[in-house]
Design a binder for this molecule. Structure first.
Ligand code: SF4
Ligand code: FES
Length: 316
């Protein structure tokens, strides 16, 4: 079949320093993957094209790239899946990571984020038998997070990292959860404390679900982050803007059926946190001018009893 690829190129040796798009038309077997197509280009059309791959079987995690705008393992992505009617396929390097050349990014930032969570077991004793036996259930619980192949796709498409490179990122947090929930690890409290209070920690996730969408191994990093939040609150780490915000949203919706947006910042930052509250004044003025100011008197929505019933059922 004929495939039209539009590939983003970047050459660090190019004095103009810019990147450019290059198109390739190739003939390739209909069952081919995007990686097969790129390797075909490199072998037969343009030997200067740089890309990274190893296992070609979605195991090593080295072939993450953006295909048609979202991160994928290209060895797992079939041409017919992304171009069912022969549409052009765009391929670019992963996002949120510096490009070294063409489709190859540096994973230094990614691995530094993972290192921040101390991704190794820290037991406080070694059993006399010399071996710590964990239950099957506890290990099964960790399986999804242990599936991570460190491909970086979730980091590539993380919308928080796009605007805040201090965020520790979905892969590192999923890895942290893997140790927090491991019964053999003794640092659960310390780990949660660090992730809870650290700037760029668990409360910076906006739950956009991009990491869930693109993860090729079903690790579901966002869900792991939500579990870390729950555990941090359960253990008593509640003195953060994030924890107060979650509590306020829960309280508002459970009581009136919707958010009291006028008082939400006060509940989140605290009544006397003038430094943060002052920053919101321009937003307040703008919303007043365009008629979007939340009502001063917060009334319950019609049918709120049904929402309260849901909350009651959830609590029980
Ligand atoms: Fe890749 Fe998923 Fe691991 Fe993120 S969580 S690095 S997307 S395998
Ligand atoms: Fe190993 Fe794609 S080449 S995961």
């Amino acid at each position: 079949m004929n495939v039209n690829l539009k590939v983003k190129r970047f050459d660090p040796a190019d004095s103009t320093g810019g990147s450019w798009w290059q198109e390739y038309n190739i003939d390739i077997h209909q069952d081919s993957t995007v990686l097969d197509a790129l390797i075909h280009v490199r072998e037969y059309e343009d030997t200067s094209l740089a890309l990274r791959c190893a296992c070609r079987a979605s195991i090593c995690g080295s072939c993450g790239m953006k295909v048609n705008g979202s991160a994928k393992l290209v060895c797992k992505t079939r041409i017919v899946g992304v171009s069912p009617n022969g549409e052009q396929i765009t391929v670019e390097p992963m996002g949120n990571q510096p490009v070294i050349k063409d489709l190859v990014v540096s994973l230094d930032t990614f691995f530094n984020q993972v290192k921040r969570v101390e991704p190794y077991m820290q037991p406080d004793f070694i059993p006399d038998s010399g071996e710590y036996i964990a239950s099957n259930e506890s290990m099964e619980n960790l399986l999804t997070a242990m599936n991570c192949i460190m491909c970086g796709c979730c980091v590539s498409d993380c919308t928080v990292l796009e605007v805040d490179d201090n965020f520790i990122g979905p892969a590192a947090l999923a890895k942290a959860w893997r140790f927090v929930d491991d019964p053999r690890d003794s640092k659960k409290k310390d780990r949660l404390k660090d992730l809870n209070y650290e700037d760029g920690g668990i409360w910076d996730c906006t739950r956009c679900m991009q990491c869930v969408e693109v993860c090729p191994k079903g690790v579901n990093p966002m869900e792991r982050i939500m579990e870390l939040r729950d555990q941090a609150i359960e253990i008593g780490f509640t003195n953060t803007n994030g924890a107060r915000h979650a509590e306020a949203v829960y309280g508002d919706v459970g009581h009136s059926g919707w958010l009291d947006e006028l008082r939400l910042p006060i509940k989140t930052f605290g009544m006397f946190n003038f430094k943060e509250l002052i920053k919101l004044i321009p937003i307040g003025i703008k919303s007043q001018l365009v008629g979007k100011r939340p009502p001063i008197f917060h009334k319950s929505i019609p049918g709120v009893e049904n929402i309260r019933k849901i909350f009651e059922r959830y609590k029980n």
